[in-house]
Design a binder for this molecule. Sequence first.
Ligand SMILES: Cc1cc2nc3c(=O)[nH]c(=O)nc-3n(C[C@H](O)[C@H](O)[C@H](O)COP(=O)(O)OP(=O)(O)OC[C@H]3O[C@@H](n4cnc5c(N)ncnc54)[C@H](O)[C@@H]3O)c2cc1C
Length: 814
Amino acid sequence: MSSAPLCIAPNSNGILRRVGIYAEKLGANLMERLTEYDVSGNVKMQKELIEPNKVWQHPWHLCYRVHLHQEMKRRATSANDEGIPAVLKTRSKVSSVDPSIATVVLEGGERIQGDLVIGADARTAVPGGNIKPKPSGKSAFRFLVSRQAALDDPKTAKFAQNNGEFLLWFGSDRRVVMHPCSNNKQLNFVCIHPREESEVKNGEGWNQQSNKAKLLDVYRSFNPALLALLDKADAETLRVWELFDMDVLPTWVNDKLALLGDAAHPFLPHQGQGAGVAMEDAAALAVVLPRDTRLEDIPERLKLYESPRYERANRIQEYSRIAGRDIGERSIDMMEYSTYNFGHDEWDHSTEKFRQWGWSQKPNLFWRMPISFGPMPGPRQDFFGMPRDPTYSTFVTASFKFKTSRTLLQNLLPTAAFKFTSPGTVAYASFSQTTLNGMHWLGGGGYRHFGLYIHGVQYTRKDGSVVHGTYLPILFENLTDPIVSGREELGMPKLYCAIEIHQRTHSYHIQASWQGVSFCDLALEGLREVGPGSEAGTIGGEADDGILAYKYIPRVGERGKADVEHATFVPHAEESKVVPSKVNKVRKASSASIKFESRDWEALPTLHHVVSRLAEIPVYEVVGAKVVEGNGGIDMSQNSDLPPIKRFITSHTPGGKTTFIDTISEEAPFKTLPDGAKFALSYATNRFPVSLTNDADLTTYSHYTQNLPGITISTGTVLRVVDMKPGALSPMHRTVSLDYGVVLEGEVELVLDSGETRLLKRGDIAVQRGTNHAWRNTSSTSWARMLYVHQPAEPLIVGGVKLEEDTSTIPGVR
Ligand SMILES: Cc1cc2nc3c(=O)[nH]c(=O)nc-3n(C[C@H](O)[C@H](O)[C@H](O)COP(=O)(O)OP(=O)(O)OC[C@H]3O[C@@H](n4cnc5c(N)ncnc54)[C@H](O)[C@@H]3O)c2cc1C
């Protein structure tokens, strides 16, 4: 950085302010007005900027470079700020860089290895090969003039009378740019002109006086007032700089090396954006490299850094070239590109790109409204797209099954493809109300639902195949979250109402209401406990295939038209993954009744049309009424009967005594994979040997629990427990790693791709060396459990062929 001042436009000022650097505290003044002159000193354009600049969140400052540089350096090296203080090594010429191992060798032979290398001036490491900076054809005199000196001279006072005034004098192939800085006390000049006119000729010394003579000579055709101002150039600060340009690099990134700032895209000064764009690069890097970034992810993160930056930096670079063209080659308007330049916050921009990348890493995530916030967790997925664990949920279902009119219910079937299987005029239906609790996806809470289930319905698909099911024309629920997810993900016809329950030892009463207006009473009396086996006949216990419904999403802006309209079918087995059904207790009612009050449009403005139709349904005969209670794990084959595992992790007190930690749960965090196997990432590291100082490894492991790694970690180790379902056979897969596997429970068969197998019993050990293999739980009734330690290996060459990793067959390993 030279000693000259710097425009800090709103886009870069926002980044500085985000990290707590306020240019005004460093003596910067505001950019308040723009005036353009021609060679003769006529005003060609004048613009007040105070009001127009109010559209930008951050100010447009004119700052003294050295002040900003010093403050940035102070912050980077300060022990009082966040992060590890930077160590500056100046005058350290780099002789070579190895991007694959993030190593830099200095000219003196010192070798420095890091997690990554940022090339902020290291042009030798340019990933573009031979692309080098080249002359732009122009050079710039840069110097300061005391504002007071300009004010004291009547010829030049007019140029200095306004605070924050940015002045330009345009000649055909040269220009003078001037603006105040240092609390409006200094005037900064950049005088851009054809390079050959200020070149050092043979025998010509470059003393400062001759510089000033040259400056006045280069601008001799400009009007005398300007020349009088140039003549006040502070000889101490007067320098001439050749301006370089460079072709666009094909990439800024090579493995663990990334370029930023002028090293990636050197800037011509015509827009005052080069340093700002370098700051934007730095912000983007900080976003994609949060502190918990895994070492093995760095090359991908650097590519991620480049993708949002490349287009923008190169575009502003090109604007600067255009803004620098001579008169005649373009009409010059210094403000022309400001909207694109200023209207951008790189921190926010990169943050969104980084988020989107995170989502793209989990392609099985459910998306639904509101999409602005990313994929939605719900009953069928957690934040990582993993299935929910239904083990701890409970349910109580009160159902009322009755004989009724087929011809009346038929009017509730949505299309001709739905019909009753039986031609008789008698049909069966149930009103059923369930209270769910302990639901993982609701943070351990629950909700109630209440619906009409019409049995004995069949639906004929377009291909002619028929499914038999129970048709659900309406399901009331008392919580928004399942209403939304059920409507969108399952196509269920859900509406809101309040559902109150009072249950006594022998009775169960349900009241449905909307905003204080009750419209249904369901009463089960004389409840007596019977064996849990007699739950058949309730919802889910019907001898059919599942629940039929009809999804309809209206089209925006076209009444009566649908965006989506089709039958839906949730097999009982599928639904059971969400709604628990292991029955613990059944109580049958000796009598039951249901009563709907149809109310009027005013009382039930949004439900009247539904409730009045439900009220029409006749109850010819009560077939059965009961209350069934149970808990999670409907498909019991999904539930391991193996005990939870505890791991006890130690740390140290500041005095060096060993203790157990309490910041990570002792219980191993089992997650269910889509195929039913359970993985518990019990510990993981990203380095070997591992760094235990400051509990760095605990931080790494905590990160991995939230961002699950693949089966192995290419730079560290993994301790994992795997539970296998009865009879499970994993897909064949290979990781390039050395794996120690121990059977903790049950018996498992290790199957190799040669066809060879070995049976491992409890306590037996497998040592796998980049092995292509599958595991089979040989029991059809019991779960099996294995413990693995995975260690990364160098590339595996056998018979001259590199054996590649393949875990693509294993669903949801991350
Ligand atoms: C006349 C002129 C006016 C300008 N005006 C503005 C303006 O108003 N606003 C604006 O935003 N931009 C402006 N720019 C552009 C701006 O100066 C650059 O774009 C900006 O300085 C680039 O920052 P950088 O950190 O990428 O590179 P540099 O500023 O070049 O910094 C690179 C640093 O790396 C150091 N270095 C090199 N090798 C090593 C090594 N081996 N070890 C340690 N350190 C090393 C160098 O000494 C240097 O300090 C102007 C440019 C010019 C020429």
